[in-house]
Ligand binder design. Structure first.
Ligand code: OTU
Length: 641
């Protein structure tokens, strides 16, 4: 069959561009992989074959995706645009299946969403599967959610509305019924080498000395005895999630190729799940190892060659100091992921709510470095996982140089949000039977903020305060910088869903408390302003709209903490402090009103010192006089008039 001349031409120019990218990024890819796999005797043949396969998949990319790649290469800051806003949800809980998600696009558009993260929808293990995080095929969709055609259709329908689809790519493990695990169980030595297996407990016990626990209650320990293999298998998460052995180059190659096949379906961003855990090293907690970073950098090179419009987002729930490495290192010319979750900012804002003081958030911000160009934080209030308190240990210790006190503070937060009758919050402890342990907390944002399910329709003071707290939390994530993310249901102030307790496949995992079904009724009745859902939705939309309009709130605009003499008030300035293109953020994390002297805040802004300026709060329209008054749990976004 002969091709039309124009197609031929565009194919030819595509081939040239691919060739250029291969020339540029293959040596970079090789340079990383030689550090990890250079000892293997067949390294040269292996990498030559891998690059061939990458190039093959690059050529299979459809014309519209190639066009998208080209556009994004021309505008590499596309994901840092002013109006970038994320939304995260499970497919079934939001809309039944992939076709249902397509029907919900108008809801996303109404919110201003530009980036939709759908939690795992690729084929998952039969039975328990950790909400889809036990993947049994990277090439098939969970039957109840649809098929590959539905996915392709959804990605293009989203793209038509300028919404990029983000999918989870579970890097650290596969399900115990993934074909690789099944082959291993059948005795295939090649596939056994895809996993970490141990004939006895000797090494596992040595590793356990320094390993942490993710699910200490539901899945204690990091190794599981498999009767078919008659061996212990490394299982950091649930026993049915088998950690991949990345010291085996074939594992890396298969994962890289799987990623490109998924990208070719139109997925525009990958949430790289559990990136911190990829490399194991005796005597360490097996997190954040240098090799894990090299492998992520190599995946970035693979993307640069074959799908350069695609984003990589690191899910590394680690201490603030360990986070920036996931975004590369500008001085050293190292690129890794484009986006990373800022989990310590998230957790510290909940601590601030519990303590009614903001020093821990300020400490986190102080420990948050400026990021390399073309990278961004992902800021969120809640997600499908627990709030892990331990990521804040360093900041909490640093504030008083007192380990015991730091532990007390984090314990207090866990207690505040999780224990009945200790506060307004309605959450639960996650996976900790030991009251001394500072593990995690689960619950929907609205519930943690004190909105009782039963209070819907009642205009009580406590409900109004709860709503303010929800908006306070979202206001921070929308104004901080980076990409803000809405967790499905929060926009409608949805509360906890305890129905998981009746399902034996889920009752052991409290995170299901915060994975409710989308409240269609609330969405249909958004014009009924007596509903809490409508009130939150309307005010959240207002915050989003203001953020879209204010250049000072763009993802990568500068940020600087402003000092206040009030421990309950958080304040920073975004944008250019030497011109009127800046915005002052102030928020009151306490239940009491606070008043600041305007002059003391404004004198920290060079532009305000040298000009006779007045500020208006864009949220209320109020012009600031000699004092900035902040009602309980309120925020102000001030711009120069
Ligand atoms: C990630 O989680 C996912 O977000 C979880 O939903 C999965 O259960 C897990 O991986 C396994 O695939 O540490 O960096 O609640 O914060 O498990 C990986 C604990 C992780 C999660 C933790 C997290």
């Amino acid at each position: 069959m002969s091709l039309t001349p124009s197609l031929n031409q565009s194919n030819a120019s595509q081939a040239v561009l691919l060739q250029q990218r291969l020339l540029r990024f293959s040596p970079a890819l090789r340079q990383k992989l030689v550090q990890v796999y250079g000892q293997h005797e067949n390294f040269d043949a292996w990498i030559t074959q891998l690059i061939d396969e990458i190039s093959e998949l690059a050529q299979q990319r459809s014309a519209d995706l190639v066009e998208l790649d080209t556009e994004r290469l021309q505008n590499p800051n596309w994901f840092l645009q002013q109006d970038m806003l994320g939304y995260c949800t499970y497919v079934d809980r939001f809309a039944g299946d992939l076709q249902g998600v397509k029907k919900q696009i108008p809801h996303l558009v109404k919110l201003g969403v530009r980036y939709l993260h759908l939690l795992p929808f690729f084929q998952a293990r039969q039975g328990e599967n950790d909400g889809g995080f036990a993947v049994s095929s990277f090439d098939e969709i969970q039957e109840n959610l649809g098929n590959i055609d539905d996915l392709r259709e959804l990605t293009s329908a989203l793209r038509a509305q300028k919404i990029s689809l983000c999918a989870d790519f579970v890097l650290n493990h596969v399900a115990d019924d993934h074909p690789w695990a099944l082959a291993a169980k059948r005795g295939d030595a090649g596939y056994q080498a895809y996993f970490h297996t141990f004939a006895d407990r000797d090494l596992p016990e040595q590793y356990e000395q320094t390993l942490g626990q993710i699910f200490p209650q539901a899945a204690p320990g990091n190794f599981t005895f498999n009767p078919e293999l008659q061996k212990w298998v490394w299982t950091t998460f649930y026993p049915y999630q088998w950690d991949l052995n990345y010291s085996n180059p074939d594992v890396f190659a298969q994962i890289a190729l799987a990623m490109l096949r998924m990208a070719n379906l139109g997925i525009e961003a990958f949430r790289l799940d559990s990136t911190a855990f990829l490399w194991k090293r005796l005597g360490t907690n097996c997190m954040n190892q240098p090799e894990a970073h090299l492998l992520l950098q190599a995946l970035r090179d693979v993307i640069e060659i074959a799908a350069p419009g695609v984003l990589l987002k690191a899910e590394a729930i680690v201490a603030t100091a360990d986070l920036p490495a996931y975004l590369g290192n500008e001085a050293q010319g190292i690129k890794e992921c484009h986006i990373a979750y800022h989990s310590s900012l998230m957790a510290s804002s909940w601590v601030a709510l519990a303590e009614q003081k903001v020093d821990l958030i300020e400490a986190v911000i102080a420990a948050t470095p400026n990021l390399p160009a073309q990278t961004s934080w992902l800021n969120y209030v809640r997600c499908h996982d627990d709030i892990g308190w331990n990521v804040l240990r360093a900041e909490a210790v640093g504030l008083n140089n007192d380990t015991q006190l730091a532990k007390q503070r984090l314990k207090h937060a866990a207690h505040f949000f999780s224990d009945e009758s200790s506060s307004y919050a309605d959450g639960l402890r996650f996976q900790a039977s030991d009251p001394e342990a500072v593990h995690g907390t689960v619950g929907m944002a609205a519930s943690l903020c004190g909105l009782a399910h039963s209070s819907e329709g009642q205009d009580t003071i406590s409900a109004q305060l709860a709503i303010r707290r929800v908006l306070l939390m979202y206001g921070l994530s929308l104004s901080f910088g980076g990409i803000p993310l809405i967790y499905m249901g929060d926009e409608l102030a949805q509360t906890n869903d305890p129905s998981y307790l009746a399902d034996p496949a889920r009752s052991m995992d409290g995170r299901w408390l915060q994975r409710p079904y989308f409240d269609q009724d609330a969405q249909t009745n958004l014009q009924e302003m007596s509903r809490h859902s409508s009130q939150v939705f309307t005010q959240l939309c207002e915050l989003i709209k203001q953020r879209q309009q204010l250049p000072a709130l763009a993802a990568n605009a500068a940020r600087q903490i402003l000092a206040t003499d009030c421990a309950q008030v958080l304040s920073f300035v975004r944008g250019d402090v030497c011109s009127d293109e800046h915005l002052i953020y102030l928020s009151n994390f306490s239940e009491l009103p606070q008043a600041l002297l305007s002059a003391e805040v404004f004198e920290q802004i060079p532009f305000a010192i040298s000009n006779d300026v007045q500020y208006v709060d864009v949220l209320s329209g109020e012009v600031m006089g000699s004092h900035i008054n902040l009602a309980a749990y309120s925020q102000r976004w001030l711009r120069v008039i």
